[in-house]
Design a protein around this ligand. Structure first.
Ligand code: BGP
Length: 489
């Protein structure tokens, strides 16, 4: 069996909004993740002000916004990175919190204190022997850009985004080589506000800030595609060594037809398109596919890109395809095939024996990762990078101040085995980053209780906890896995 390539990037991934905390420190202002308790929320902390006809921040006093303090990575990153180094990480993925660099988003000049923080952070990552992989936008659109302009619905947004990207590309061009544009941008269709920075400034429903029209949604989609292509072009101009990838939530690729009913086969295929490929095709192939134009027609959306924009999209496809994979799902015409953060929820797959513990109950399907890699590799012929895979468990420290998390080891072992098979199949895989190597705030539900880490962090859903770090059993196991370049499973 093939071995993992010598320069395979083992490591872990996090996002600024889920661990940094310091939400209003050193000039930072709120971003969209700061006003929600998880992206699954139905009640964001935004209220319509009828006097100035704008949405404004209105946090719910009864809720604990754990992300505001996160796990205090902002102040503790040095000690945290030492732990990653101890495990032998080759790569550490995090995001830049846009509102640290441009607090409101529409300033002309960046915030020096914010730039300095990431200078220090990236220096430390490099010093600890890791390659930084940086996401430019991970559910972190500055709130002001949304309440004032409507976020990506506005055609002014590209300019604000360009200022931000220019500033960080120029500043970190000699430190960071691997970049990602928009995290899980394909989640736009189901969670436009938080995933994709879209807020209606002329809302039909003033009670619900999450409601956006199809017209607004698709307008934002077109703007984001232009922004993505521009980023690839600009990045390559600034440093030809940059590797710039797209990032898709790709559990949706492993949406299996529930059975061989042709309607289910067709439905599952359509779902892959409308949940994933509708973003990946333009970003990887430089085309606006026919089925997207059909969706536009069905939604009454009429748009034509300028010739220049179409050319930009065509000429500036990404260097690699980064993906998250957590679970698979099934598609069947006779049930509602709903989404959660991890993927599609349809009928239970009778062939899968295990799932993550309640209440999350994500089916565990390692073969789904091999399948996903093969589908994406065949469709795009690009190197793939697994930048998220992992399992959230409800855990607590035992009398020895550790956690016996063999279940996590088993989850990784089986997924890494399938990844090896995908390499055997001919897929080019750049690396494997475990999601949430330290316990951090959950993206979906905004809680601490759902723990992914190799390192236990003493913080709880009610906001209590000393923030102390303790190594779990899997810490040592993952270290061995990396040391042996994937042999010691
Ligand atoms: C992805 C996000 C991450 C993340 C992960 C796990 O959707 O890119 O930010 O947290 O899923 O999801 P959750 O935290 O909801 O378990």
């Amino acid at each position: 069996m093939t071995r993992f390539p010598k320069n395979f990037l083992w490591g872990g991934a996090v996002a600024a909004n889920q661990l940094e905390g310091a939400w209003l420190e050193d000039g930072k202002k709120p971003n969209i993740s700061d006003v929600v308790v998880g992206i699954n929320t139905k009640t964001p902390g935004l209220k319509w002000n009828d006097n100035n006809k704008k949405w404004e921040m209105s946090l719910d006093e009864d809720k604990v916004y754990l992300s505001h303090e996160g796990i205090d990575f902002y102040h503790r990153y040095k000690e945290d990175l030492k732990l990653m180094k101890e495990m032998g990480f080759k790569c550490f993925r995090t995001s830049i919190s846009w509102a640290r660099i441009f607090p409101d988003g529409d300033e002309e000049k960046p915030n020096e204190a914010g730039l300095r923080f990431y200078d220090d952070l990236f220096d430390e990552i490099i010093k600890d022997g890791m390659e930084p992989l940086v996401t430019l936008s991970h559910y972190e659109t500055p709130l002001h850009l949304m309440t004032e302009y409507g976020g990506w619905i506005s055609d002014k947004m590209l300019g604000f985004y360009q200022n931000y990207v220019n500033a960080v590309f120029e500043r970190y061009k000699n430190k960071v080589r691997y970049w990602l544009t928009f995290n899980e941008i394909n989640n736009m269709y189901r969670r436009p506000t938080i995933s994709a920075g879209i807020l209606s400034v002329t809302p039909k429903n003033k009670e619900n800030p999450l409601e956006v029209s199809k017209e607004e949604l698709w307008t934002a989609y077109c703007h984001i595609l232009v922004a993505n292509a521009w980023t690839v072009k600009k990045g390559h101009e600034i440093n030809p060594d940059f590797k710039i990838g797209c990032m898709m939530a790709s559990s949706s690729v492993a949406t299996y037809p529930y059975d061989c009913n042709p309607e289910n086969i067709m439905g599952a295929y359509q779902l892959q398109r409308t949940a994933n490929f509708y973003f990946a095709d333009p970003m990887c192939l430089g085309i606006i596919p026919g089925y997207v134009r059909k969706m536009w027609k069905d939604d009454g959306f009429d748009y034509s890109f300028s010739k220049e924009d179409l050319k930009l999209i065509k000429d500036n496809t990404v260097d690699y395809f980064a993906l998250s994979y957590y679970r698979s799902g099934t598609y069947s015409i006779d049930v509602e095939n709903a989404f959660d953060t991890g993927g599609i929820k349809g009928k239970k797959n009778p062939y899968l024996k295990e799932e993550s513990p309640k209440p999350w109950s994500w089916p565990i399907d390692p073969v789904g990762l091999r399948y996903t890699c093969n589908v994406l590799s065949d469709r795009y012929h690009l190197p793939l990078f697994i930048v998220e895979n992992g399992i959230g468990l409800d855990e607590s420290l035992n009398e020895n101040d550790t956690v016996e998390d063999s279940f996590r080891e088993k989850y990784i072992r089986e997924h890494v085995r399938q990844l090896k098979l995908a390499i055997d199949d001919g897929c080019e895989i750049m690396g494997y980053l475990y999601w949430g190597p330290l316990d951090i705030v959950s993206a979906g539900t905004g809680e601490m209780k759902k723990r992914y880490g190799f390192v236990y962090v003493d913080r709880y859903n009610d906001g209590s906890g000393s923030l102390a770090r303790n190594k779990k059993k899997s810490f040592y196991w993952y270290k061995k896995l990396i040391e042996s370049n994937g042999k010691d499973l």
